[in-house]
Design a protein around this ligand. Sequence first.
Ligand code: AMP
Length: 574
Amino acid sequence: MLEKMEENFDPETIIEEFEALSKDAERVQRETLKKILEENGETEYLQRSGLNGRTDPNSFKAFVPLVTHKDLEPYIQRIADGDNYNPSILTSKPITTISLSSGTTQGKPKFVPFNDELMESTMQIYKTSFAFRNREYPIGNGKALQFIYSSKQFKTKGGLTAGTATTNVYRDSQFEKTMKAMQTPCCSPEEVIFGPDFHQSLYCHLLCGLIFQDQVQVVSSTFAHSIVHAFRTYEQVWEELVDNIRNGILSSHITVPSIRLSMGKILKPNPILADKIYEKCMGLSNWYGLIKELFPNTKYVYGIMTGSMEPYLNKLRHYAGGLPLVSADYGASEGWIGANVNPKLPPELATFAVLPNIGYFEFIPLKEGLNGQEPVGLTEVENGEEYEIIVTNFAGLYRYRLGDIVKIKGFHNSTPELQFICRSNLLLSINIDKNTEKDLQLSVEAAAKLLSEEKQEVVDFTSRVDLSTDPGHYVIFWEISGESNDIVLEKCCNCLDTSFVDAGYVSSRKVNAIGALELGIVKKGTFHKILDHYVGLGAAVSQFKTPRCVGNTNSVVLQILSTNLLKSYFSTSF
Ligand code: AMP
């Protein structure tokens, strides 16, 4: 199928294919389930379920249990250890690659199986959303400035290649072909994408972007955080970049030989370009419109901007200076789910149309009163309702609770359009209070408004529950852009406390069953240290999501936060 798509990669054909699939979503789902179960019916996992060759949705639900990653861990570990023979454990075709999910939510990376079918669905989703994007924002032949990074790959005990899902994708030859077919090859040579040092790769991505500045059509990354991070770095290093272009000499702190060699082929002395960039930067006020100025032919900025990326939107809009922000698709290391087929919607309203042939999807209703109800099928969901999503795919996951909550925002033909709401695990909870990452984000947004009145911004944030005090209390950590001002930060702290509207929290605060909320201000650069820590663990910057709550067992991150703590404020609101 992929080859067929490669040959006729005509956006209109891709749209027609998607229209056909989405018009017939129910049948496509049944067939997809049948195909998955027929292919893998002989595996140890499905044999044990007692499914006994049945392939219909009802039997599937009756015999195969809902599972979390923890339930599958022993199976995946055996695969990673090389025990994948006769019968195969999760899939009939041996798994040759393992993906490491970013793990920023749980604190440690999880292993999930990766195979050719996942690669194929990745390309299907990329092409589908590209086709819809291209209708609204056609791009000419040019390049994409992509802030993408690979993580280290290693061999598991059983000799399987393991790396983050994005790394597995970038390493696959299909990726480059697809990028070329989309007319937007990456500005940077692959030595930069695959470089072993993320700081050096980032610097060179920026340099390549500047060298090809008039060819750049799209500025993108997997998650929006990487774009914001890149341009914050640009603010620090731009004069050095301009010098490199003027003299045609790469800075000496770029030490990786393969990167130096590949950059040497494209970096030539260019004083005219250096002057042009210098003038543009000097002409900007507080870096507003930086992306548009530097890359005047850019049609849009692209990356995942929903969920835990929403807090970066303000800054991204500031850098983009009026260029459209287009939110990228919805998926996970475990597999893709939906494509953004309405690219004109602002990221806050972005939805994802489920591709009914890339997996079998079920939804646990979360509506009050329906708790504990059986999951419903893809085409049985109700508009406006929230669900926890369950994935069955071609890579050995059967009825797998991904851990995400989505809301149905209408249908594209008969396939639902999902809005990402949040991870399903509660972030902050001490007794009867229940707050998710979305609740925390809303509270931070409300308080950050007070800070913006002072022309300052929250660079990044996280939280924890502190049970060492009696009663326990929430601690929210902020890195802010300017100098701290006690009066404003005291107000922010009170606002954070009162902006949690969850009845359990409010009532507990009133009777002091939860103590005063603490706002901790950390030194500038603290969140970079947290990112560096995760990268050191094998996470890829491309998939990095700041953990919005630090568990009490995550001692390294807690240590980074406490050693960088400048000052704490306690709420006086209740
Ligand atoms: P990873 O662990 O890196 O595979 O991350 C997968 C998780 O990232 C998903 O389960 C979601 O929670 C989140 N995610 C992925 N795509 C999106 C999106 N478009 N919007 C919001 N969150 C997303």
